[in-house]
Design a binder for this molecule. Structure first.
Ligand code: E4P
Length: 216
């Protein structure tokens, strides 16, 4: 499983990129709005930091508008992936864009039926939201397992991006199930790095080293 970072914040993207663990970025209209800056400008800056798929989401609700926005976004950089909502209009736009060779990420997936339809419309990626399902008392990771099984059985090449990730358990379980990618907030990456026994181990190594007055 590979990692994308789920943010539109340039500092966070730089920090995660410097760790050497991410190979893509996902944004959404809420994340972009949080930055309070020009959408195109933010996306352009992201493409200058990370050399991998950068998802930028359309706002239109009809497929003609989505395709027109996609044309504008795709011009920013060759790595742009057009993120589209899982609606009938989103599927139509996905079909049109995939026929043109434009990479797509169908988002707001909450059932395996939605994932299957998006894949058949030609989506490069589907983004099932685990955290938001957990929030309403449904098991988000079970959905990942179901989609992964369906795609394997049917030989579907659409990649699964586990989205709405809230904690390191989501990440580890999704990797175990066989998800292709997890898009993760910086906070969760940092939680994954830390372990109290690692910190304690370093503290002890340094104490022993200094106690022996050794030099490197
Ligand atoms: C994914 O592409 C979405 O941007 C994101 O993961 C949504 O996460 P949230 O449910 O924490 O807002």
């Amino acid at each position: 499983m590979r990692f994308f970072i789920d943010t539109a914040n340039i500092e966070e993207i730089k920090e995660a990129n410097d760790l050497g663990v991410i190979c893509g970025v996902t944004t959404n209209p809420s994340l972009i709005a949080k930055e309070g800056r020009d959408f195109i400008e933010v996306v352009k800056e992201i493409t200058e930091i990370v050399d991998g798929p950068i998802s930028a989401e359309v706002i239109s609700l009809n497929h003609e508008g989505m395709v027109a926005e996609a044309a504008k976004l795709a011009q920013i950089h060759k790595n742009i992936v057009i993120k589209l909502p899982m609606t009938a209009e989103g599927l139509k736009a996905t079909k049109i864009l995939s026929a043109k060779g434009v990479k797509t990420n169908v988002t707001l997936i909450f059932s395996s039926g939605q994932a299957l339809l998006a894949a058949r419309a030609g989506a490069t990626y589907v983004s099932p939201f685990v955290g938001r399902l957990d929030d309403i008392g449904q098991n988000g990771l079970e959905l990942i397992e179901e989609i992964s099984d369906i795609f394997n059985v049917n030989g579907i090449e659409t990649q699964i991006i586990v989205a709405s990730v809230r904690n390191p358990i989501h990440v580890a379980q999704a990797a175990r199930i066989g998800a292709d990618i997890a898009t993760v907030p910086l906070k969760v990456i940092n939680q994954m790095i830390k372990h109290p026994l690692t910190d304690k181990g370093i503290e002890n190594f340094i104490k022993d080293w200094e106690g022996a007055s050794l030099k490197l």
